[in-house]
Design a protein around this ligand. Sequence first.
Ligand SMILES: Cc1cc2nc3c(=O)[nH]c(=O)nc-3n(C[C@H](O)[C@H](O)[C@H](O)COP(=O)(O)OP(=O)(O)OC[C@H]3O[C@@H](n4cnc5c(N)ncnc54)[C@H](O)[C@@H]3O)c2cc1C
Length: 439
Amino acid sequence: MNQPEPETQYIENTPRRAVIVVGAGAGGLMAAGRAAESGARVILLERGPQTARKLRIAGKGRANVTNTADKNEFIAAFGENGKFLYGAFSRFFKDDLRDLLRRLGVETKVERGGRVFPVSDDADDVANALERWVRSLGVEILLNSRVKSIEANETVKGVRTDRGLISSDAVILATGGITYPKTGSTGDGYRMAAELGHHIVEPRPSLTAMVCQELWVRELQGLSLKNVEARLYLTDESGKKKAIGKQFGEMLFTHFGVSGPIILTLSRKAVDVFGKGKIELEINLKPALSEEQLHARLIRDFTSTKHFKNYLPDLLPRAMIPIFIKLTGIPEHLPVNNITAEKRKRMVELLRNLRLTVTGLRPPDEAIVTAGGVDIKEINPKTMESRLVKGLYFVGEVIDIDATTGGYNLQAAFSTGWVAGESAAECGMKGKFRVASDE
Ligand SMILES: Cc1cc2nc3c(=O)[nH]c(=O)nc-3n(C[C@H](O)[C@H](O)[C@H](O)COP(=O)(O)OP(=O)(O)OC[C@H]3O[C@@H](n4cnc5c(N)ncnc54)[C@H](O)[C@@H]3O)c2cc1C
């Protein structure tokens, strides 16, 4: 049975545009702040007890807020849908973000790979500064306020919350994706957008660790390898093996398989081919040496009488040695000058193509971002406004955009937030909030 509509009261009748922002994550805070700066009266509704819970844990609690890459590299980091962001990046990009944070008292620094972090190495500093900024502009932040649906026909009318209806002719949806649901992002925005007729590209975890079949990986749990190359392959049902992606950098062994920056990046490609055949990773532990150079080095080294086990620390991290001995089948006490050419070949093969069978991807709870979301064809990239519903705007991860690691995803949330906030505030209509009585 339908509940009777709660009585509606006016809480404010403002000559300024009234903007409702749903979700106080990175994108929602930016949208609320920019809308207020642009002259709107803003209410920011957050379902959780605190703002920006995902931003506060981003980058292992340090928040890799953006990257120094140029615009084209940035766009490329988002893959096919990256072009959608040209407009937003033209209006608010990495230097604008760093300037704004500086203005709010948060200095930033650049690390390896152009990754930008707060100098304090504390993500809370970024989140708190944005929250202070937003409050100082008069935005009303309502915590523990979950939006259940958006009221609209062809034009937005407002949002329905646990406590009743709040009316406005501009609503910014910044509810995030489906990953790390304990931070508040459980996919509500996809459902709400779909109810209004938007096409949702199937949301799925991206930037997630890979589960491997080989049991020996567990023995390497905690081992991080730097400067290695990982290649991802798909072998389809006809037996055809296809290269899917290649990354150079750092990876990590875990109790279930592999993780770390290059694995997370490759997982974006694995998501798309999962279920289409056998997926394998090949790790090149010595990417700086060609096959011939590696053979030449071993031939040179194998003139001594050192035991195989005592020689290996020259070649590999200590934790890998017992596994490597097992995989080569070479007795650990064999003097290296007794290693046959065939065994040496096996060693080179393992050093260059250490093979792992990928049997799964870790679940959404553990993924960094969501691939999929509101179809970009249905959003105006210049304003972030829905092409289907007037007055409805989209920000951040709820949109079908996602990038590799490196600070790109947060910059996208900030940039789309900036544009949506400004557009929603400037759209011309003069609004007023009304809120349904919760008594
Ligand atoms: C562990 C981890 C580390 C990461 N590290 C980085 C990094 O270092 N650099 C980087 O660029 N990216 C990083 N990311 C990705 C980045 O954090 C996200 O892409 C970004 O936070 C998305 O911002 P958003 O505002 O779109 O969504 P979110 O930050 O997820 O915010 C959405 C907000 O909406 C609220 N909400 C949801 N539904 C409702 C509702 N119905 N009513 C009211 N409120 C609602 C949620 O509670 C939440 O506060 C990381 C992600 C994770 C999980």
